[in-house]
Design a protein around this ligand. Structure first.
Ligand SMILES: [Zn+2]
Length: 284
């Protein structure tokens, strides 16, 4: 018995030493599913720019002061837990320098949302189905490119004053059948409540969709894109630059909803993240 526990102790000691040794090679960053990671580099010497590679995507760093570069990475709500490599690369004194990171994706508990909706709003007829497909194409197009410049500055604001429902990432059962998970956060507020831009950005989409209702999509640059659904009215046009606090529309219940609220979604380099991961947090 005693011998057994001794063996266990020395085994875990060895395992600990092994892990410590292997982790020294790559800095560990822990991020939850649907969360936001911040990677900081302080290169020695004069460096113009730093670039990152994560999940086969190029992740740009931005400069926060003379010596510091930062990159934000989003972990998609459906990303499997485990370790992912992140590689940062820059040029100093004519030499390429690389630094490795290990992004440890940790599990987040997402709840279950049961909804009952009229049958005709769930089982779509062929014309509605083709409308939905067309609209999905338009949304995809809006997400496809983001300004290579960082348009946002400072902490993000909450877009509306209201009760946060905690629905981000929820698995959904609609009329008893499993459907797509909920990709944003719902904020309860009465119809007509003003919605503001959370930060600087450029409006890349204004439309009226079957599921999302009256919708606005804002590009904040460097792959960060926010969206606002179910509005009763819209105060911006595509191509317009917006400032934090500027009214972009009003809360409503357009599209497929059960009551007035704002659906607020956020994408960072195509990962669907909890938009509140950015609110009132120093990021730059
Ligand atoms: Zn929603």
């Amino acid at each position: 018995m005693l011998k057994n526990s001794c063996m266990r102790v020395s085994f875990s000691l060895l395992l600990g030493l092994f892990l410590t040794a292997s982790l020294q090679a790559a800095e560990l960053i822990q991020v939850k599913q649907g969360g936001l990671g911040r990677i900081t580099i302080r290169p020695a010497g004069k460096v113009m720019s730093v670039n990152g590679v994560f999940k086969e995507q190029s992740i740009p760093f931005f400069k926060v002061d003379q010596e510091t570069f930062v990159a934000l990475i989003g972990i998609d709500m459906d990303q499997a837990i485990g370790s992912l490599p992140f590689l940062a690369r820059w040029t100093a004194n004519g030499q390429t320098v690389e630094k490795k990171f290990t992004i440890e994706v940790q599990s987040e508990k997402f709840g279950l949302q049961k909804l009952t909706l009229p049958k005709k709003k769930v089982d779509l007829d062929p014309p509605t189905l083709s409308r939905v497909r067309r609209e999905q194409g338009k949304m995809k197009e809006a997400f496809r490119k983001s300004d290579p410049k960082k348009l946002w500055k400072g902490p993000f604001l909450a877009p509306v004053e209201g009760k946060r429902q905690g629905t981000f990432g929820r698995r959904r059962l609609i009329n008893g059948q499993p459907r797509r998970s909920h990709t944003g956060e719902d904020i309860s507020a009465p119809t007509g409540t003003p919605i503001i831009a959370p930060n600087h950005g450029k409006v890349v989409l204004v439309d009226d969709f079957f599921f999302n209702g009256r919708s606005v999509v804002i590009d904040h640059g460097l792959g960060l894109i926010s969206m606002y659904f179910h509005l009763s009215s819209i105060d911006v046009v595509p191509g317009e630059s917006v400032k934090p606090g500027q009214q972009i529309g009003r809360v409503g219940k357009s599209g497929r909803v059960t009551g007035p609220h704002l659906h607020w979604g956020m994408r960072l380099n195509n990962a669907r993240i909890d938009p509140y991961a950015l609110v009132n947090i120093k990021l730059d």
